[in-house]
Design a protein around this ligand. Structure first.
Ligand code: TXA
Ligand code: MG
Length: 329
């Protein structure tokens, strides 16, 4: 049975106790909801992988209550990591560092590095503080699906295997954390997010942005990820209406994710889901919109890409992945 509780002092104590007992607790962060397990409890981490249906060789992020715990998990903390932690923690940034022994193969997927993050969401912070240790937490969705930005999203996919969901309302950022690899050579941006490449460069200097294919095993770097059931098709703004009309004529149920493009004269069967034009707002709304496409049982969702600057780069990355070729399952 999955409990859903508001984050009161009692439910936060219960959540920390459950984690100590090796149980699974979903909790809000400022990015997306995480599916938490005690990072040093192998049985708990295994149960978390099983609940998600995630392959064992995919590493998970260890969440910490403060930057001073970095040394508990990382073999070394190079100066750029110190600078990023000072600039952006607590916040939506994950650092990949060389691991120390506390970071087991289960958590790192056998890699020699570990992903570490100090989130800023008050509920996440309180839970981390009460629990004391590291909480291993991937996004609280089934593997390959859209990350949850509300407690209802978590419940819709993980009712049963998760013991408690702390309902902290909708996540403010709505996109997963920015991931920077500082474990070798030039710092590398593994996953764009709300902390933008421009902000990272201002603190770090040069930053490499590797092609997904050469990046280490980042599940978010699979070609299709963060995807709804419906097919997602990316299209130029001026072709949106014509393509929607064409698909609707093939008896497909079509959703248009619209950021205010002119959409005169669409067939009646086409659903228009209005999205904000502001990039931060768009990031905040995107996953709820992709889930809405499935709730409405659409076959296809048409979307346009925002300009790839700032948070727009992260939104475009997630839309490309949602539209990417799918593995046959
Ligand atoms: O915002 C977020 O990052 C959320 C919240 C809950 O913290 N978490 C999240 O976790 O998105 P997940 O597991 O869905 O995505 C984390 C990504 C995965 O793609 C994983 O492969 C990558 O981080 N990752 C974790 N540790 C890594 C490592 N040592 N090296 C490279 N990539 C790593
Ligand atoms: Mg995920």
């Amino acid at each position: 049975m999955t409990l859903v509780l508001p984050p009161t002092p009692d439910s936060l104590r219960l959540a920390a106790d459950l984690l100590r007992q090796g149980r699974l607790v979903a909790f809000p962060t400022e990015t997306v909801y995480g599916l938490g397990a005690a990072a040093e409890n192998p049985a708990a981490v295994r149960a978390m992988f099983a609940a998600k249906g995630r392959p064992a060789d995919h590493p998970v992020i260890v969440h910490l209550s403060q930057a001073s715990q970095l040394r508990d998990w990382a073999a070394e903390v190079p100066p750029p990591a110190e600078r990023l932690a000072a600039a952006f923690w607590p916040g939506p940034l994950t650092l990949v560092l060389r691991r120390n022994k506390r970071a087991s193969d289960l958590v790192t997927g056998g890699l020699e590095t570990v992903g570490l993050r100090v989130p800023s969401h008050p509920v996440a912070r309180e839970l981390l503080q009460q629990f004391g240790g590291g909480i291993a937490a991937p996004s609280a969705n089934r593997f390959g699906r859209v990350s949850p930005t509300t407690a209802e999203h978590v419940l819709s996919e993980l009712d049963g295997p998760v013991d408690l969901i702390l309902d902290g309302g909708p996540c403010t950022v709505g996109l997963e954390s920015t991931i920077v690899d500082l474990s070798r050579g030039l710092p590398a941006l593994l996953r764009p997010g709300c902390i933008t490449a421009e902000q990272l460069v201002a603190v770090l200097g040069p930053l490499s942005i590797p092609e997904a294919s050469v990046a280490p095993r980042v599940s978010g770097s699979l070609e299709s990820h963060y995807a709804p059931q419906a097919c997602v098709e990316l299209i130029e703004p001026d072709r949106l209406a014509a393509r929607a009309t064409q698909l609707a004529a093939q008896n497909l149920k079509v959703a248009v994710l619209s950021r205010g493009e002119s959409l005169a004269a669409l067939p009646e069967s086409v659903v228009v889901i209005a999205l904000p034009n502001d990039d931060a707002e768009l990031g905040h709304m995107l996953y709820a919109a992709l889930r809405r496409v499935d709730e409405l049982e659409c076959n296809v969702a048409l979307a346009t890409l925002p300009i790839e600057q700032g948070i727009g780069a992260a939104v475009a990355d997630r839309l490309r992945k949602a539209a990417g070729p799918r593995a046959v399952s």
